[in-house]
Design a protein around this ligand. Structure first.
Ligand SMILES: Cc1cn([C@H]2C[C@H](O)[C@@H](COP(=O)(O)OP(=O)(O)O[C@H]3O[C@@H](C)C(=O)[C@@H](O)[C@H]3O)O2)c(=O)[nH]c1=O
Length: 188
């Protein structure tokens, strides 16, 4: 049974708490179950798993999307270190367009963040060697990927120094000049 709670101000985003079976060896948890997702009414099929490791704390990856028809829903968790993970609504016509939500993900809390299509995604690492794993509902389509500047959306990042960025993310467009490829079709 999935313990998933919608984010109150962006209810298409889900925070999933793990069901951990603790014993004297440690713990066991199912990290993803197709059956549990189906029972919870989350109609998504994951086809690719990603894993990234970031050496330095303050490394920011984002804010990224892949455009339709190859848009990606994601299920994100942190398996080492800690990250502040963020999703931003970019569904044109959505009453919450431009609104964001961020949560801390870490192996200790086992929390997962479900982000449907129509959202930007990014995270900043809070510890050295932080590792993030995420499932994606479509495979990588580099011609359809895009990015919005991390500091142009009004996100209250919990890291106040300049972040470490890829050249691509440093050159991303600001949110004010961004035309989202996601329309009303992505609104549940
Ligand atoms: C995302 C991705 C990248 N790559 C390659 C392309 C490039 O040479 C190298 C590094 O790619 P990037 O710099 O885009 O990696 P990164 O900045 O970690 O990009 C990721 O950020 C997070 C926030 C997401 O949500 C992901 O969807 C993805 O956009 O990996 C793949 O082969 N498959 C993939 O699915």
């Amino acid at each position: 049974m999935l313990n998933a709670r919608p984010v109150p101000h962006l209810p298409d985003l889900l925070v999933i708490e793990p069901r951990r079976f603790v014993d004297d060896r440690g713990y066991f948890e199912e990290t993803w179950s197709a059956g549990d997702f189906a029972k919870a009414g989350i109609g998504v099929t994951f086809v690719q798993d990603n894993h990234s490791m970031s050496l330095a704390p303050g490394t920011l990856r984002g804010l990224h999307f892949q455009a339709p028809p190859r848009a990606q829903a994601k299920l994100v968790r942190c398996v080492r270190g800690a990250v502040f993970d963020v999703a931003v609504d970019i569904r044109r016509g959505s009453p919450t367009y431009g609104h964001w939500h961020g949560i801390e993900l870490a192996p200790g809390n086992g929390r997962k963040f479900f982000i449907p299509e129509g959202f930007l995604h990014g995270f900043i690492t809070l510890e050295p060697n932080s590792e993030v794993e995420y499932k994606c509902s479509d495979s990588y389509a580099p011609d359809l990927e895009g990015a919005v500047r991390w500091d142009s959306v009004g996100i209250d990042w919990p890291w106040k120094d300049a972040p470490r960025l890829s050249p691509k993310d440093a050159a991303a467009v600001p949110f004010s000049g961004f035309h989202s490829p996601f329309g009303k079709g992505q609104i549940a």
